[in-house]
Design a protein around this ligand. Structure first.
Ligand SMILES: Cc1cc2nc3c(=O)[nH]c(=O)nc-3n(C[C@H](O)[C@H](O)[C@H](O)COP(=O)(O)O)c2cc1C
Length: 180
């Protein structure tokens, strides 16, 4: 089983993707099996509660989410909430998130939308009994230099988030065959 890092922004210059890439690099550097999904590489339909579920990319992503040991979710903040693409993936893949340990990485334009993912987090908890790691990474433009996360504090927070996602997931679902 692998941890899954998902970048959900469709902005070609996405900042939350930089956070997601940094989290993925962190997992890899720790020798933890991880996979990376960028929604920019999938032409996901908008969830209509009907035909959209039959789109082949929906099945592929649902399976990757279902099989993930835990999920680190990169989310853009739009209109004081999680961007529609982040919500759309959850609408499309629903029960694949059941009982997953989920951590959030958020990119925002300002400092005041730090509760933006709570609606999405609540729905994951209530609908799918997901375990939300209560350590969010929240970064605005000042944290980045080019495509890199340059702010040491944010890098530390990414490290803490990733470590906690792994710790929670493995505590809740120990794999007996994993080497100590
Ligand atoms: C339509 C739209 C709505 C936005 N709403 C907010 C907001 O409510 N609060 C905020 O801090 N930033 C807001 N922003 C700024 C984005 O959060 C910022 O550009 C961030 O980098 C988006 O993530 P991304 O770069 O991964 O796409 C908004 C940007 C757009 C395009």
């Amino acid at each position: 089983m692998a941890f899954l890092v998902v970048s959900s922004s469709l902005n070609p210059n996405s900042r939350s993707r930089c956070l997601a890439r940094a989290a993925f690099a962190r997992l890899e550097a720790s020798g933890i099996e991880a996979e990376y999904v960028d929604l920019q590489e999938y032409s996901l339909p908008l969830c209509d509660g009907s035909a959209a579920y039959a789109h082949p990319a929906v099945g592929t992503l649902a399976q990757r989410i279902r099989e993930a040991e835990g999920i680190v979710y990169g989310v853009p903040v739009y209109n004081f909430g999680a961007g529609a693409t982040a919500k759309n993936l959850i609408e499309l893949t629903g029960s694949s998130w059941s009982e997953k340990v989920v951590g959030f990485l958020c990119a925002a334009g300002g400092n005041r939308s730090y509760m933006a993912v709570m609606g999405l987090a609540n729905s994951l908890m209530l609908d799918f009994r997901a375990i939300i790691v209560p350590r969010f990474v929240y970064a605005n433009d000042s944290a980045f230099r080019g495509d890199e996360v340059a702010d040491e504090k944010i890098l530390r927070r990414i490290e803490e988030l990733v470590t906690t996602v792994v710790r929670f997931a493995r505590a809740l679902n120990p794999l007996p065959e994993r080497p100590r």
